[in-house]
Design a protein. Structure first.
Length: 262
């Protein structure tokens, strides 16, 4: 009987763990993060970005939409909007939800190519989503200061051309780079003058045992003078479980660091 009770206890504990991991995978968390950078043009005041990456099979929650609506200037989808087997109607519904927040920009992720990439490209075009595929978009303040949003195609599939995106940002100005894969950090050069990088892909390791996982936990760090934000992502790949790396989205407020101004 003691062995039976032990087995039952283990099964019960395992069931609770799986339930906990499932709930972590379907969190609807919006991390509100302020990033102050000394080279951010003060004439922009602040720029608020809703960043969501790695949606995969999930349906974007209405609670997230309502939380960030009216507080956002730009929406950026950091790749893996879809994956193989996801209905086109679900992808379209997610896009329509995100469009209610603010203008939407998109970069390709590796799993987007497992989906029918031609169908997805057509959907993005007809939905009015700006695809940043090794290109840049220019924003200008009333004072004439310039902000560039650069985006590259998937680095892991060898489709990224950061040099072309930088070339497209032809004038001097504050530069934000969006890359699905954070490995692009190894390709950054001082002459690219990129102040901030937004990326996803890694899911924060998705399942971390005693704090260890196949990838670093998402967060903000600096590398060679560039601030890099890597998201744990919103969805999951493979199994719908997370441990130690809960699902997340980001409401980022960019502002000048006046304390470090020259």
């Amino acid at each position: 009987m003691e062995i039976i009770y032990t087995i039952l206890g283990m099964l019960l504990a395992g069931s609770f763990l799986l339930l906990y991991m499932y709930r972590q995978a379907f969190k609807n968390t919006v991390l509100k993060q302020e990033i102050r950078l000394k080279d951010f043009p003060a004439s922009f005041g602040s720029v608020r970005i809703f960043f969501i990456s790695d949606i995969h099979k999930r349906i974007v929650s209405d609670s997230i939409i309502e939380e960030v609506k009216g507080q956002t200037d730009l929406v950026i989808i950091g790749g893996d909007l879809a994956e193989k087997g996801v209905p086109l109607e679900r992808v379209s519904a997610n896009i329509e939800k995100l469009k209610t927040i603010a203008p939407v920009f998109f970069v390709w992720g590796n799993n987007d190519y497992e989906f029918n990439s031609h169908e997805l490209d057509s959907l993005l075009y007809h939905s009015g989503i700006k695809v940043l595929d090794n290109t840049a978009v220019k924003f200008e303040s009333a004072a004439g200061d310039v902000l560039y949003l650069l985006g590259i195609d998937d680095f892991g599939l060898g489709k990224s051309r950061l040099d072309l995106a930088v070339l497209d940002a032809e004038e001097e100005g504050f530069r934000i780079l969006v890359s699905h894969n954070p490995a692009i950090a190894s390709s950054l050069k001082p002459e690219f003058d990129i102040s901030l990088v937004l990326c996803g892909h890694t899911h924060g390791g998705q399942i971390r045992i005693f704090g260890f996982g196949p990838y670093e936990l998402g967060g903000i760090k600096e590398k060679n003078g560039t601030t890099i934000l890597t998201s744990n992502g919103y969805g999951t790949t493979g199994v719908p479980f997370r441990l130690g790396a809960r699902a997340e989205t980001h409401l980022i407020t960019l502002a000048p660091d006046l304390g470090q101004a020259d």
